[in-house]
Write a protein that binds this ligand. Structure first.
Ligand code: PMV
Length: 321
C-alpha cells in the first residue's frame, strides 16, 4: 500500500475550456494557490490476485469516479497493469466546486506511481494528473503555481514559494451538494455555445501576465483586481452558454457583496468562485479574522474553512497493510 496526500488548489486566473479533448489539454494557461488545510489522501494497493479495480470515497464504494480513476491508472502504468484497490479520503465536501478532483488526481498519480515503483519526476506526474483533470496538474506544486500549455503538453511550476507571500484563504461553504453539471461537460458547452468564449480565450494571456507581475511584486490590489475580473469573466462565459450554466446561489452573491463591503472599508481581500456555489476569499494575514467573521455571518453561509498556502502532492507512507 502507498498513501499520498494532495491539497486542492484555487485558480485566480482560471482554466475554462480545452484545446484538445482527447489529451485533455487546456485552451489556456492558468495561475493558482495550493491550499494547506484541505486535503485528499489516496491509498493505492495493486493486487496480484486478479479481479477489477475498486474505489471507495470516504468509505463508500464510488462507481461514478471509478472509470476516470481506472483510465488514469492505465495511462500511468499501462493497460496490462494489475488491478488496484483505491481508498480516497477527503476532509472537505467533494464535487462541490472545491477542486476535489484536483487534489484527488494529484494524490492518485503520486500514490500509484510510488506503489508501482516508478521514478517519474513531478512534471511527469503533473502531466499524468492533468490528463485526468486539468486543474490537478497544479496540485503537484506548492505555493503560487502557474500552468502553461502549448499544442503538445502542459508545464506547471511554482512561481512563489509557500513562505514568500503568506496569503490566507477563507472558503465560505454555501451548499454541500454535488454540482449539477460537471466542469468537463460545462466547458464543452461553453466552447460550443457562448458568444463570449473566443474573447475569454484571447484575453487569457493578458490576465496571466497581469497576475504574474502582481504576484512577483506582492501587489495585492492588482492581484485582487485581475483575479475578480477573471473569475467574473469565466462565469459570464458560463451564464451565456446554452443552456446557461449557473453554479451560484443567493448566498454566493451575498458573499461577493460582503467581500466588496470589506474592500470599501479598506480590508485587503478579494473573492474568486469556481464551478460551484462556494466563495473563496483571499486576504492578507492581518485581515483573516475579520474576513472569516464577516463571511460566517453572511446569510446562507453554512460554515467557513480557513487555509494558507500549502505543499504539493507527496507520499505520506508505504509498506505492507
Ligand atoms: O480540472 P477541472 O476539469 O475540474 O476544471 C476546473 C475548472 C475550474 O475550477 C472552474 C477553474 C480552475 O482553473 O480550476
Amino acid at each position: 500500500m502507498t498513501v499520498a496526500q494532495a491539497q486542492p488548489n484555487i485558480a485566480l486566473i482560471k482554466y475554462w475550456g480545452k484545446r484538445d479533448h482527447a489529451r485533455n489539454l487546456p485552451a489556456t494557461g492558468s495561475l493558482s494557490l495550493t491550499l494547506d488545510t484541505l486535503w485528499t489522501r489516496m491509498d493505492v494497493r495493486f493486487s496480484d490476485s486478479g479481479g477489477a479495480d475498486r474505489l471507495s470515497v470516504n468509505g463508500a464504494e464510488d462507481t461514478p469516479m471509478l472509470a476516470r480513476v481506472s483510465a488514469c491508472l492505465d495511462r500511468l502504468c499501462g493497460p496490462g497493469r494489475p488491478p488496484a484497490t483505491i481508498a480516497s479520503t477527503a476532509n472537505f465536501p467533494v464535487r462541490a466546486g472545491l477542486a476535489s478532483s484536483a487534489s484527488a488526481f494529484a494524490a492518485l498519480v503520486t500514490a500509484a506511481s510510488a506503489a508501482a515503483g516508478q521514478s517519474r519526476d513531478r512534471q511527469a506526474l503533473a502531466r499524468m494528473a492533468g490528463a485526468a483533470s486539468g486543474s490537478a496538474a497544479r496540485s503537484l506544486y506548492p505555493g503560487i503555481v502557474e500552468l502553461t500549455v502549448d499544442d503538445e503538453q502542459i508545464s506547471a511550476r511554482t512561481i512563489i514559494a509557500v513562505d514568500e507571500w503568506p496569503l490566507r484563504i477563507v472558503v465560505a461553504i454555501t451548499a454541500d451538494a454535488a454540482k449539477p453539471v460537471s466542469s468537463g461537460e460545462a466547458m464543452s458547452r461553453s466552447a460550443a455555445t457562448s458568444p463570449f468564449y473566443g474573447a475569454w480565450v484571447e484575453r487569457q494571456d493578458h490576465d496571466l501576465e497581469a497576475a504574474r507581475s502582481a504576484v512577483r511584486r506582492r501587489d495585492f490590489e492588482r492581484l485582487a483586481a485581475v483575479s475578480e475580473h477573471n473569475c467574473l469573466k469565466m462565469h459570464s462565459v458560463m451564464w451565456t452558454s446554452r443552456p446557461a450554466i449557473v453554479y451560484w446561489n443567493a448566498a454566493t452573491v451575498a458573499c461577493m457583496e460582503t467581500v466588496h463591503e470589506l474592500q470599501r472599508a479598506g480590508v485587503p481581500v478579494f473573492f474568486t468562485i469556481d464551478a460551484g456555489p462556494q466563495v473563496k476569499a483571499v486576504c492578507l494575514p492581518d485581515a483573516e479574522a475579520r474576513v472569516a467573521e464577516a463571511l460566517s455571518s453572511t446569510p446562507g453561509v453554512q460554515r467557513v474553512m480557513r487555509s494558507g498556502l500549502g505543499e504539493g502532492a507527496r507520499v505520506l507512507g508505504s509498506g505492507d497493510p
